[in-house]
Write a protein that binds this ligand. Sequence first.
Ligand SMILES: NC(=O)C1=CN([C@@H]2O[C@H](COP(=O)(O)OP(=O)(O)OC[C@H]3O[C@@H](n4cnc5c(N)ncnc54)[C@H](OP(=O)(O)O)[C@@H]3O)[C@@H](O)[C@H]2O)C=CC1
Ligand SMILES: O=C(O)CCC(=O)C(=O)O
Length: 448
Amino acid sequence: MANAYIQDVLAQVKARNSHEPEFLQAVEEVLETLEPVINEMPELQENAILERMVEPERVILFRIPWVNDAGKVVVNRGYRVQFNSALGPYKGGMRFHPSVNLSILKFLGFEQVLKNCLTTLPMGGGKGGSDFDPHGKSDGEVMRFCQSLMTELYRHIGTATDVPAGDIGVGAREIGFMYGQYKRIANESSGILTGKGLSYGGSLIRPEATGYGAVYFAENMLATRDEDFRGKVCAVSGSGNVAQYCTEKLNELGARVVTLSDSNGFIYDADGIDAEKLAYVMELKNVKRGRISEYVKKYPKATYTADQRPWSVKVDCAFPCATQNEISGKEAQTLVNNGCRVVSEGANMPSTPEAIEVFVSNKVLYAPGKAANAGGVAVSGLEMTQNAMRLSWSREEVDARLKEIMKNIHDNSWNAAKQFGNEGNYVMGANIAAFLKVANAMVAHGVV
Ligand SMILES: NC(=O)C1=CN([C@@H]2O[C@H](COP(=O)(O)OP(=O)(O)OC[C@H]3O[C@@H](n4cnc5c(N)ncnc54)[C@H](OP(=O)(O)O)[C@@H]3O)[C@@H](O)[C@H]2O)C=CC1
Ligand SMILES: O=C(O)CCC(=O)C(=O)O
């Protein structure tokens, strides 16, 4: 990379955040694709736009004391990273997972700013969460934890300030508990969170949106080669919200999904995880809160491989829908060697830099998470719109809007890559399309 301004900023980011590997990875991945625009727009350097974009506007860190079922006081750490509000209120999920730290939330917040911009809806970017692990906790423990978290967080959020949502470990149950506590403290019913239940202001299709969106994006990529999903064999990783609805949509479009996973291993079902098997997985994961290994007891023709990810299986398409850095360079090469030609990221930053290099250099139709998984936050934006209008759209209407948004993100990313001489490179296209819009808004706002 030749551009001196980008190199200077990267060096500063590394010096200042040397203990934050995921954040550095996300920033480096974006900055190294921006050279063509930085070269053409000296005003960006004059306004220190890159320096400002890599620094969160605000980071809130707080303690979350709560009482477990044994009567013991437990203290977790809570965060909200309010990264960039140039385009609208901070918007992004809350993650509950023992691995949560500032590096992970800053990488997610940084990505969220660009992702939200791609949706074309007026949303800034943020992310938050806690090192709390919901696995193995009772509903009562999860409720007390969520109430304690919101008792601090409520003063930092608002419909025009910051609107959190779900992410890993935060689904309908957790959103409900957080919403209830917000309403109680603030004495108001408002669209303060998205991903809410339908009966109290949620949007139809929000639960499905991230998984469906990743498939819609891939459908658009396949269309550039006059192909569709019929008969395609697909690997999906994870077995949570995004993986479940990704599988549902792939089934609907005629593909055969042969894998799912969790943090302990993956299942392989050569016959395909059809609608009936998927309903079993949804009950297993969302209600019983069990492990994916239990699938093979119910469907003995399938196999379970402990401590492995599903990327060794021969597939046409891969949908990483679990977590960051879940595809190494070696695994990417295995996928490509086995004939995989489409990768659409339901998760945030699931491919390592080495894996991205393998996909791009082998001309895989590769959609980075900030483009491919933007459907979730897009429908969150639509939930905010419906809340503001105090009405609800039908399933068909929201799904049609989601499809249109995913097509626009695809086309805008494609066109930006083409304009800057790298046709077919969705990494560069998505980064440039989003960056330019955020940067221009920041220039317009002056030095803030
Ligand atoms: N929900 C949403 O709307 C959006 C989510 N995303 C991203 O999609 C991904 C999945 O989120 P979501 O489905 O909502 O989360 P869920 O909590 O519903 O599911 C997460 C899944 O990923 C697995 N997983 C989590 N951590 C790891 C790990 N370290 N190694 C292997 N597997 C892991 C979980 O397994 P286990 O149960 O063993 O932990 C589980 O199967 C995340 O990257 C998230 O940031 C992106 C956009 C929007
Ligand atoms: O719906 C939202 O606000 C955020 C979803 C999210 O966390 C993400 O896009 O990674």
